[in-house]
Ligand binder design. Structure first.
Ligand code: G
Ligand code: MN
Length: 276
């Protein structure tokens, strides 16, 4: 994130803490589905901030600015706490919540203690929490980070590599890290149904993850053709606008009621129709 507009940066630096306190910051949730079972497996928590001055702020920008200071610690812990509290209201219908944690936070936080505390406060079991870490972070994990990640796994928390395939890195980290899941970046799926070369590449990525015994989530499913393609590849899970857009907690609660239906697509259409 190189070209951050200075006015937006200043706005975020000055208003992030008060926005958290004033509930202007919130989390939206996007469902993830099992392709074989056609049922919801989990949700990903995504940061949203509607500000008076700038309208909806780009979440990546907010995180990038927060990472320039201690604000990242406050933001990450706010996110963890909120995601776990919201999730506790969705149990037992939803089994897993994924939270994106940023580099800046992972490198400085006493992760194990903090996570234990938030899980206890929300009454959520560790195996219901998944942490998404971007590929660039895991490239060269510091020994301390590596040891906290191993402890988290030991506690039962699961770990996912987000935006997999975009890090332009060697793949040796995949063996070194205690991972459960890879989330294949949506850029790989975009043309997999229209270009044979892209389809082959997608198959290769899936095979790589399978060989390492990792669970695979396809990101960015936007069309029925992509969904069909994924079913044929035996990818485990899928996430994307076709199946469910990121939505506020209240809408997700309606969604979870509707997902008793067997047909995912019918539900996705229905939910847009049912809810404001
Ligand atoms: O990096 P990460 O995968 O966590 O990014 C999640 C972002 O991707 C969210 O902001 C979400 O709104 C967006 N997103 C989720 N599903 C889709 C999709 O099907 N298509 C596109 N273009 N973006 C998506
Ligand atoms: Mn993510």
């Amino acid at each position: 994130m190189n070209d951050i507009p200075p006015s937006a940066t200043a706005f975020i630096q000055e208003n992030l803490l008060s926005a958290m306190q004033a509930n202007q910051l919130c989390l939206y949730y996007q469902p993830q589905f099992s392709l074989a079972e056609q049922k919801i497996t989990g949700i990903e928590a995504l940061l949203r901030w509607h500000s008076q001055g700038f309208g909806w702020l780009d979440p990546q920008l907010v995180v990038a600015v927060a990472e320039q200071s201690e604000l990242i610690v406050r933001l990450s812990e706010w996110t963890l706490r909120r995601a776990l509290q919201d999730f506790s209201r969705l149990q037992p219908w939803i089994k897993r919540v994924s939270v994106n944690l940023s580099v800046g936070y992972l490198q400085q936080a006493p992760l194990v203690t903090v996570l234990q505390k938030h899980l206890n406060e929300a009454g959520v079991a560790p195996h219901c929490l998944d942490l998404e870490i971007t590929e660039t972070v895991v490239l060269e994990p510091a020994p301390l980070l590596l040891s906290s990640l191993r402890q988290l796994r030991h506690m039962g928390i699961s770990l996912s590599v987000d935006d997999f395939g975009t890090g332009y890195c060697g793949l040796s980290y995949l063996k070194k890290l205690p991972l459960n899941t890879v989330k294949i970046d949506r850029s790989f799926l975009r043309d997999a149904t229209s270009r044979a070369r892209d389809a082959l590449l997608y198959h290769d990525i899936l095979q790589l993850a399978r060989n390492l015994d990792l669970r695979i989530i396809a990101e960015g499913v936007e069309t029925e053709a992509q969904l069909e393609f994924l079913k044929l590849t035996h990818c485990h899970e899928a996430q994307g606008y076709l199946l469910g857009r990121p939505m506020p907690l209240a809408k997700l609660q309606h969604f979870t009621r509707a997902i008793q239906q067997p047909d995912i697509l019918a539900v996705a259409e229905d939910i847009d129709f049912l809810l404001p």
